[in-house]
Design a binder for this molecule. Structure first.
Ligand SMILES: NC(=O)c1ccc[n+]([C@@H]2O[C@H](COP(=O)([O-])OP(=O)(O)OC[C@H]3O[C@@H](n4cnc5c(N)ncnc54)[C@H](O)[C@@H]3O)[C@@H](O)[C@H]2O)c1
Ligand SMILES: O=P([O-])([O-])O[C@@H]1[C@@H](O)[C@H](O)[C@@H](O)[C@H](O)[C@@H]1O
Length: 532
């Protein structure tokens, strides 16, 4: 069904098409998989290995198997995406990109014609190995066909910004897209205007103040703000006849909020702190609370600690989904793959120097120390799990030197320059030095991740599980760690481990999706090619 633009009032600026229902690319024939019109139901044997340590410091490994029943609702419905920071570089770029894809646009550039695509989106641009055919050839299918997922072309888009500039002018301000493409989407973008937002000056750089001309009254948290944002979400949903709204923060990086016992350490304390106007409650946390109350999954694309303990507990109490933090788009994505390769190859990485400069407004905001510190944290912790997993190379507590530098250089605009040096010890006292120069067009790398985060978060609202054949199905834990692949500092359920290794993150999401259709993880053993 061809999507059609849903023209709505400029205030919400929504565009979008109707949810397209399509016949699945594949079906699984198994006694453990049942397809009904509304759902896919599977009985899945989850195999793990339980390891115990013996008194003499040896290990005993015991294979374990747990049966889970999964259910995936097949009706995708009509999905809305509300962006906080919609007028920013990422917000305008992802909006223009969806319009360009929906209309199949082709535009002229100095290097010739370009056509709309979703490159850089793992959902829309990558494939998953389904299995092998009788001749042993791999059959790989589009990631998007693994389970019933919303199509980005169908997303209805809206959002908020403290800058009142319309999306067409914001697109110009961003300086990301080719003029020829901008001309083709300008008319549609000009109809979009961000809703006013909450603005607490102390949380973002002072150099952002000149943008703040579209703000809801009040410079610190209040319950009126929560109710105002809730009303925005409800009205957007009703006006566009949506089945689901996903709220995603792509606004400026905020400073960290202090974790204060009695203020933001529990759900009740956080709600009281908002009601009392406590200055330590950030705009992003207020957005999270409002989204949770409207049962709209809330995803944080920035590095600040939006999800203070009270916010996580609040999400759990409401069985609402949250996810974050900080899009993993360029320099760090490369790092999480390269470090995984080096350490798992037995190469002892001893130092990582990561420098980058950029000239967009994100860089301008990050030129302020407190906002930089939020980013420094998310960019620095990404190697921890890979180092901790290799006790052959690293003693307890030992880790590579790691420094992160970000400089604001207006001249380069959105085209961030990332320079990295990886220095490692190799065989017999040798050394390996890997130097990388990586020009990342930051918003063109981050925008597809916004689509991935929204599409997968929506899917997860339609996935449920139970461990016994009887009983009720329930959702995954409120903290959507399945989103980790797209994020620098993956938020996980309290007390559970953080995985940053890029290959492991991708395997987790693809194998969970395989389990939802009753398929075991892809082991890549290819025994059929070895045992004959
Ligand atoms: N490659 C990338 O672009 C990338 C990667 C990882 C993380 N991020 C993060 O994504 C975020 C957005 O990046 P960007 O390049 O689009 O930045 P940007 O500065 O262009 O856009 C941010 C927008 O947020 C608005 N804003 C600020 N505070 C707000 C509030 N309280 N409510 C509503 N709007 C508000 C600003 O007016 C601005 O329009 C930043 O936090 C950045 O660190 C970006
Ligand atoms: O994702 P990544 O390329 O490692 O990190 C990027 C940083 O290098 C950049 O300075 C910042 O402005 C972007 O928001 C993004 O966080």
């Amino acid at each position: 069904m061809a999507p059609h633009a849903n023209g709505t009032s400029a205030a919400s600026g929504a565009v979008g098409g109707s949810a397209g229902e399509k016949t699945p690319l594949f079906t699984v024939q198994s006694p453990d998989v049942v397809y009904t019109e509304d759902a896919i139901k599977t009985q899945y044997a989850y195999h793990t290995t339980e390891v115990t340590r013996t008194p003499d410091n040896k290990f005993v490994a015991v294979p374990k198997s747990q049966t889970y029943n999964f259910k995936v609702d097949r009706k995708v419905g009509k999905v809305g995406m509300m962006l906080v920071g919609w007028g920013g570089n990422n917000g305008t770029t992802v909006t223009a990109g969806i319009i360009a894809n929906r209309r199949g646009l082709v535009w002229d550039t100095r290097e010739g014609k370009r056509e709309a695509n979703y490159y850089g989106s793992v959902v829309m641009g990558s494939t998953i190995k389904l299995g092998t055919d009788k001749s042993g050839q791999e059959i790989n299918i589009p990631f998007h066909d693994m389970l019933p997922m919303a199509h980005p072309n169908d997303l209805v888009i809206g959002g908020w910004d403290i800058s009142g500039l319309g999306l067409a002018e914001s697109m110009d301000r961003a300086c990301v897209l080719e003029p020829s493409l901008k001309d083709l989407v300008r008319k549609e973008m000009a109809e979009m205007k961000p809703l006013p937002s909450i603005y607490y000056p102390d949380f973002i750089a002072a150099n952002q103040e000149d943008r703040a001309d579209n703000v809801i009254p009040g410079s610190k948290a209040s319950w009126d703000h929560v109710e105002h944002l809730r009303k925005d979400i409800r009205e957007f949903k009703e006006k566009n006849d949506l089945d689901k709204v996903i709220v995603l923060w792509t606004a400026n990086t905020e400073r960290y909020a202090d974790i204060i016992p009695g203020i933001n350490d529990t759900a009740d304390n956080l709600i009281n702190a908002i009601k009392s106007g406590h200055e330590e409650v950030s705009p992003s946390t207020v957005f999270a609370v409002a989204s949770i109350l409207e049962n709209a999954p809330f995803i944080n694309g920035s590095p600040q600690n939006t999800f203070v303990p009270g916010a996580i507990q609040f999400a759990e109490k409401h069985n609402a989904f949250i996810g974050g933090d900080d899009f993993k788009s360029g320099q760090t994505k490369m790092k999480s793959a390269l470090v995984d390769f080096m350490i798992s190859a037995g190469i002892k990485l001893t130092s990582i120097a990561s420098y980058n400069h950029l000239g967009n407004n994100d860089g301008k905001n990050l030129s302020s120390q407190k906002q930089f510190r939020s980013k420094e944290i998310s960019k620095s912790n990404v190697v921890d799990d890979m180092v901790a997993a290799n006790s052959v190379l690293y003693k307890e507590g030992e880790h590579p030197d790691h420094t992160v530098v970000i400089k604001y250089m207006p001249a380069v605009g959105d085209n961030k320059r990332a320079l990295d040096e990886y220095y490692a010890e190799i065989f017999l006292g040798g050394h390996q030095t890997i130097s990388l120069f990586n020009v990342c067009e930051d918003s063109l790398l981050a925008s597809p991740l916004i689509i991935d985060l929204v599409v997968i978060a929506d899917l997860m609202t339609r996935v449920s599980w139970k461990s016994e054949a009887s009983g009720d199905y329930k959702g995954f834990h409120s903290v959507l760690s399945v989103l980790s692949y797209m994020l620098k500092a993956p938020l996980t359920p309290p007390g559970t481990p953080v995985v940053n290794a890029l290959a492991k993150q991708r395997a987790a999401v693809t194998n969970i999706f395989r389990a939802c259709v009753g398929l075991q993880p892809e082991s890549d053993m290819t025994l059929e090619h070895k045992l004959f």
